[in-house]
Design a protein around this ligand. Structure first.
Ligand code: ADP
Ligand code: ZN
Length: 309
């Protein structure tokens, strides 16, 4: 008798929306849905209901992968493991994401940062396939990076928070003091979606390609890529997130990156900017794919043979 396929759940928990998927594999999604990130009670309830209803149609879920915006607690021995800790996002500080979802769904779950989830998706199926050293950077509601070194995401004492790197700002050219509640003009305070909206008075998705915002944005992001290059020495940097929906940013970032590099030798990969700083290979699906791969890794041993992808 043919056994039923193992069902996996993936949640890409972002500061704007929670994307949920139920599937057999990253390329075999049976159902997906998206819910606004409002309050923990409402959003987690909506996610829970989605999986409950989806299970009545497709069968019982075997494991969950949660790739979550942060900062988050990734230490399994900590009493707040699986929590969003101290976030500037209203209502979400000290929220038990992992427990809030697994208590009710009753399945084993893997928990990681949103960007580590996307990095896993891109490393397995997207623009970083075959690479051991790469970064997935999101430029969306915030800026953050999943840093993969020697084939593993760097965790450190907490997890890297590259969005709060400081970058030079010419106050005459850019008088905007930045939007980060902690630092003002860190890279997230200067170049994440909300910073663009605050500086220019309209949402970034409404700017035309020749808006002056973009040249400044490309310079800031090229500076970020340079700092990441000399810190982590990756083979590739993937730039994703809502703001990078502006594809015209890439050639501008490449140009500024080469200007900043000044011919400095930082390896063959970084010397050809257009193959080094790239968009995601999974266009908008990196996080979903990563979350499902995380779920697969969380499966009990009895399931892993039938869930091979
Ligand atoms: P999240 O960070 O919640 O995962 P996104 O990556 O979609 O969500 O980022 C949302 C931010 O990106 C918002 O600040 C929005 O204004 C901005 N954004 C979304 N789409 C675009 C676009 N096409 N061009 C520029 N900015 C965008
Ligand atoms: Zn900051």
């Amino acid at each position: 008798m043919k056994s039923l396929p193992t069902l996996l759940g993936g949640i890409e928990a972002g500061g704007t929306k929670f994307n949920c998927a139920l599937g057999v594999a990253p390329d075999q999604i049976l159902e997906r849905a998206s819910f606004a990130t409002t309050t923990p009670a409402d959003t987690l309830e909506a996610v829970h209901r989605f999986f409950q209803h989806a299970q009545t149609r497709h069968g019982t879920l075997s494991a969950l992968g949660i790739a979550c915006f942060g900062p988050v607690d990734l230490d399994p021995s900590s009493p707040t493991y699986g929590f969003i800790t101290n976030t500037p996002k209203a209502h979400w500080s000290n929220t038990d994401i992992l427990g809030g979802l697994t208590d009710r769904l009753g399945v084993p779950a893997a928990f990681d940062t949103d960007v580590n989830g996307s990095a896993l998706g891109e490393g397995t199926l997207g623009a970083a396939r075959g690479l051991d050293d790469y970064l997935y950077v999101t430029i969306g509601t915030g800026i953050g990076a999943g840093v993969v070194a020697n084939g593993r995401p760097i965790k450190g004492a907490m997890h890297p928070e590259v969005g709060h790197l400081l970058v030079p700002r010419d106050a005459e050219r850019d008088p905007f003091p930045g939007a980060c509640p902690f630092h003002g003009d860190c890279i997230e305070g200067l170049a994440a979606g909300p910073a663009l909206e605050k500086r220019w008075g309209q949402k970034a998705e409404t700017f035309s390609p020749d808006h002056p915002a973009w040249e400044l944005q490309a310079e800031y992001l090229a500076t970020l890529c340079w700092n990441l290059t000399v810190t982590y020495s990756p083979q590739r940097i993937i730039l994703g997130g809502g703001v990078m929906g502006q594809a015209h940013l890439f050639p501008r970032i490449h140009e500024h990156f080469q200007r900043i590099r000044q011919g400095y030798p930082c390896g063959r990969a970084a010397s050809t900017a257009h193959t080094y700083i790239v968009p995601p290979g999974l266009a908008g699906r990196s996080g979903e794919a990563g979350a499902l791969l995380m779920a697969r890794a969380a499966l009990p041993a009895s399931h892993t043979a039938s869930a091979a992808m």
